[in-house]
Design a binder for this molecule. Structure first.
Ligand SMILES: [Zn+2]
Length: 495
């Protein structure tokens, strides 16, 4: 009985809505890309190629006003699609025409165009919005940090929803033009190069440009009063470093660390190949954070990262990510090892180069430091789980796996691999499984079992596993000189 009644009802409803025959088969884009750890992150049905953000920010009130223009291509016939965003939206236009919208979930914005969108078409999406980002809490957390003279956004894995609408997943990278007006006397820093700057009626506008694919979480903004140094590397790459004028006791150690950026980049090029982006640098705002983040072309460093003096090791870590994590991004957040394992290992290589302990000595130390029953070995760097995504083991065990690989395939093949991976996957996305296949192909060795032991088993690999030997597992091994600085980087992505 109920079924019979439903059929005519549905017919009547579709007549009322006057859906054109051509709209048949047009469906909503998925509310997430299906990430293993963060199913709501990103959206389905379109691919963004460019973000143009025109913003105005008043530090006194934390009011951010913006117009975002997204250029995208539809990847299915769309009746509607989602953006990830948390601030209040006043208007959305698609291809110039007003669209309707509604919010749902933790950060979903459901956008319905006036007419359905065919697959394979280029579209423009204009979103006007305003709000106080620090008041936006998701799971009781705000990634937006206000400072005495401005604000900073630099977080992983979620940051974009606090300041611009996006397809918020590393699998959809895009180029950016970020234009920010702030009160005269205040600066706005972002990724890439400063294309221009102008002042009018008490406001200064900074126009930043990133011309290579960039993930949403690697897109950063810092508003405040900074001491800025600009220069060029020997290769002509623009260098922009910024340290808050308000750092107090850590100002010297912060500046002494990030001013090593050019040197560290040059050295990393010798290990990983040509630098992939249009600018380099780093910034230290006055947020009392210990962590740092590899925001593209311009890593963020919390000022507390320099509490114990200079730390060039953390600078090397964040710059290494420009190749491993930023240029070659993960496919799914479970693949975090292809970012952190290599960034951590770059610190071991830097230590080796600086004569502060070889990578082998660091490996011996890490291996000996954790007895077999230590929960450290329960974390699988190859798929640590969302709750352990930034656990020490992802870094230390992750780097240990690379030293084991180096021992297994030899220095020549290993260093060729470190260079060819970022070259052959430049600006793309890759998984741990992709790396395993790549390493097998490049080395001509079967490595699936080896990687399974080092990355996917919740137990301490046996001494000599995969032909590598790390101490005896019993005798204490002294900490290499570099260890304290390397360990200090372990706060890297934690809030
Ligand atoms: Zn890292």
């Amino acid at each position: 009985m109920r079924h019979r009644l439903l059929v005519p009802g549905a017919v009547a409803l579709s007549l009322l809505l006057a859906i054109p025959a051509s709209a048949a088969g047009f469906t909503p884009g998925a509310p997430g890309v299906g990430d293993s750890y963060y199913p709501e992150s990103g959206n389905g049905g379109y691919d963004v190629s460019h973000y143009d953000l025109r913003l105005k920010y008043q530090p006194k009130t934390d009011l951010l006003e913006g117009t975002a223009t997204l250029l995208a291509t539809t990847t299915q016939d769309l009746s509607r699609f989602n953006l990830d965003f948390g601030l209040k939206v006043s208007e959305i236009r698609i291809n110039g025409k007003k669209a309707s919208f509604a919010t749902s979930g933790k950060h979903e914005l459901e956008v319905t165009p006036a007419t359905p969108l065919e697959k394979g078409k280029q579209i423009s999406v204009v979103v006007r919005y305003a709000g106080k980002p620090s008041e936006l809490k998701i799971d009781n957390f705000s990634a937006w940090a206000r400072t005495p003279d401005g604000a900073v956004i630099a977080q992983e894995p979620d940051a974009a929803v606090w300041w611009f609408p996006s397809n918020d997943h590393p699998t959809d990278k895009a180029t950016y033009d970020i234009s920010v007006a702030v009160p005269d006397g205040t600066q706005a820093l972002s990724n890439g190069v400063l294309a221009s700057q102008s002042s009018k009626l008490g406001w200064t506008r900074y126009n930043w440009r990133s011309d290579k694919p960039q993930a949403t979480y690697l897109t950063t903004l810092a508003v405040g009063k900074f001491d800025i140094t600009t220069d060029k590397t020997a290769n002509g790459l623009p260098v922009i470093n910024a340290v808050s004028k308000d750092l107090g006791a850590n100002a010297g150690s912060a500046r002494a660390s990030i001013e090593r950026t050019t040197e560290a980049t040059e050295w990393l090029e010798s290990v990983f190949g040509p630098y992939p982006f249009n600018a380099v640098g780093g910034y230290v705002p006055n947020v009392p954070a210990h962590y740092a983040l590899e925001t593209q072309t311009r890593p963020f460093y919390g000022e507390k990262a320099f509490d114990r003096g200079t730390n060039v090791s953390v600078v090397v870590h964040e710059l290494a990510h420009q190749w491993y994590g930023d240029s070659v991004s993960l496919k799914d957040w479970k693949d975090i090892w292809i970012n952190e394992g290599f960034a951590a290992y770059s610190q071991w290589l830097w230590s080796e180069k600086e004569g502060e302990g070889t990578a082998q000595q660091l490996a011996d130390y890490v291996y000996a430091q954790h007895p077999a029953d230590d929960p450290f070995w329960k974390v699988k760097p190859g798929n640590p789980g969302a709750e352990n995504q930034f656990d020490d083991a992802v870094y230390d065990r992750g780097a240990l796996a690379l030293q084991a690989l180096r021992n297994k395939i030899g220095d020549k093949a290993f260093f060729a691999l470190l260079k060819s991976w970022p070259t052959e996957h430049r600006y793309g996305n890759a998984s741990v499984a992709d790396f395993v296949k790549f390493a097998e192909k490049k080395s001509g060795k079967k490595l699936a079992g080896f990687f399974d032991t080092w990355l996917f088993k919740p137990s301490k690999p046996a001494v000599g596993a995969g032909t590598s030997a790390f101490g005896t597992g019993r005798t204490p091994v002294a900490a290499p000189k570099s260890w304290k600085q390397i360990a200090a980087t372990h706060n890297v992505h934690r809030h």
